[in-house]
Design a protein. Structure first.
Length: 227
């Protein structure tokens, strides 16, 4: 099995070394970058399988890097976990809106980082042995290829967005609470992360265009895909 490469973009050398050490101890190949410009150049030259991205970086900050990554087809689907300081809720939400798959609040434990990395890499790799498809009106999914089309045009979804849509469709007509979605899509349950679900649903709706209405909000409970 090929070893996944994780890039750690963090200007604090102690944190960067801590993360790369623990990632390598867990069996990953870890590479580090201390500033945004250097990181973006290395990502474009040799795209990693996942990026741990600090928001507050010298030169080009994490927001700019995330925005640039999502502009280009070669890097748009690379999963990104943003690292943020406690209390910066607005920054966390903006990072998710720009296309990040998840976020971790500092100070964090290496175990939590490894849990997030493992969960995201697992859902980014299709495991269905046979091709499964779904279609309703002009919305079509190919579960095996992780491909979504809106009115015959492919829509680029991140691995997390695709998994979220797939989970809602598989439970079509039934309400999924935020906690259930955190468990089934993100692979964990942590208090205070429900906003992650809301942000991803909002971003997913924007990409579904005229079919956004199929994802219904059940106030005070969660979400349901319309029958």
């Amino acid at each position: 099995m090929t070893t996944s490469t994780i890039m750690v973009v963090e200007d604090d050398e102690d944190i960067r070394q801590l993360l790369t050490y623990n990632l390598e101890a867990a069996g990953y190949k870890a590479v580090g970058a201390g500033d945004g410009g250097q990181a973006l150049a290395r990502i474009r030259r040799q795209p990693p399988d996942l990026i741990l991205l600090d928001l507050m970086l010298p030169g080009m900050d994490g927001f700019e890097i995330c925005r640039e990554l999502k502009k280009h087809p070669d890097t748009a689907k690379i999963p990104v976990i943003i690292l943020t300081a406690r209390g910066e809720e607005v920054d966390r939400i903006v990072g998710l809106e720009l296309g990040a798959d998840d976020y971790v609040v500092k100070p964090f434990s290496p175990r939590e980082i490894l849990l997030r990395v493992k969960a995201i890499l697992r859902r980014a790799s299709p495991t269905e042995p046979s091709r499964q498809t779904w279609q309703k009106d002009g919305l079509a999914l190919d579960f095996d290829a992780h491909k979504v089309e809106v009115d015959a045009e492919e829509v680029p979804l991140t691995a997390t967005e695709f998994k979220l849509l797939a989970e809602l469709i598989k439970s079509q007509g039934r309400v999924q609470t935020r906690d259930q979605l955190l468990n089934s899509v993100w692979g964990y349950e942590f208090d205070g992360y429900a906003r992650t679900v809301d942000t991803h649903v909002r971003r997913l709706r924007q990409k579904l265009g005229p079919y956004a209405r199929m994802v219904e909000t059940i106030r005070g409970v969660g979400y349901r895909f319309k029958e």
